[in-house]
Design a protein around this ligand. Sequence first.
Ligand code: ATP
Length: 280
Amino acid sequence: MNTPAVLVQDLHKHYGDKHAVDGLDLRVEQGEIFAVLGPNGAGKTTTVEILEGYRKRDRGTVQVLGEDPQHAGRLWRSRIGIVLQSADDHAELTVSEMVRHHAAFYPGARDADEVIDAVGLADKARTRTRALSGGQRRRLDVALGIIGNPSLLFLDEPTTGFDPEARRSFWSLISSLREDGTTILLTTHYMDEAEQLADRCAVVRDGRVVALDAPSALGARAQKQATVTWHDGGPREQRTSRPTDLVAELAARYGGEVPGLEVHRPTLEDVYLELVGEVA
Ligand code: ATP
């Protein structure tokens, strides 16, 4: 079996009395896109910063690309890509200068122009970074995260502030990185993003993983009852685990088209809210 890209066992991190991470386990396979979901304060950033080698753990085992991030060296760091929340440094550099400047830090850097093109900033290559919009700045952050041709890419809430079109093109960029073999660990508050991108996702609550599965299967979602609604002099609603049978029965009853027919299955967001305890 392949070595996992990330292996975390019984991770603990306290800040004073606060158990930010409290017995967290995680295994991310090579080549997958793995999403970490969870409410504000759940411990996601603390965990990711421990994986990136920026924070010390109190207890537990952590291996990232086969090494302990607390003791890993420069070669290990060059195999990791990190997309942090935007920093406003080097505002006077152009996009092209900024990407080339970062490329110089990596032994096996990708071609700067190709990377600028891949993130959709080719027409902004000569623009100073201070003149970029929020979404364009975020694309530049991604360019800086992937310029070193990382084996593992960390993306922290990558599409916050994107317009819908920019989000979709960002998603295709991330999918193309996976096709190139990059492992991606993503934190996000957007369930559609997790659904669109992630092979698997973990829901973190109070510093531990409370559910882990493919987005389509999380929280036994596929087995949950569907709600069928239609109109018959007023709204009608029936919950069922066999919606196709009910729809066939209704079609027979109405002799074809069922007025106002809709079938609702629980969304990832429904299941997520249930898991993090925000549903009555
Ligand atoms: P968000 O979705 O808001 O980014 P998160 O899941 O990333 O949240 P963390 O930032 O890991 O959560 O924080 C977990 C808990 O640890 C929170 O209660 C937070 O207040 C606390 N915490 C985080 N960093 C520190 C710190 N440096 N000192 C003290 N407490 C901290």
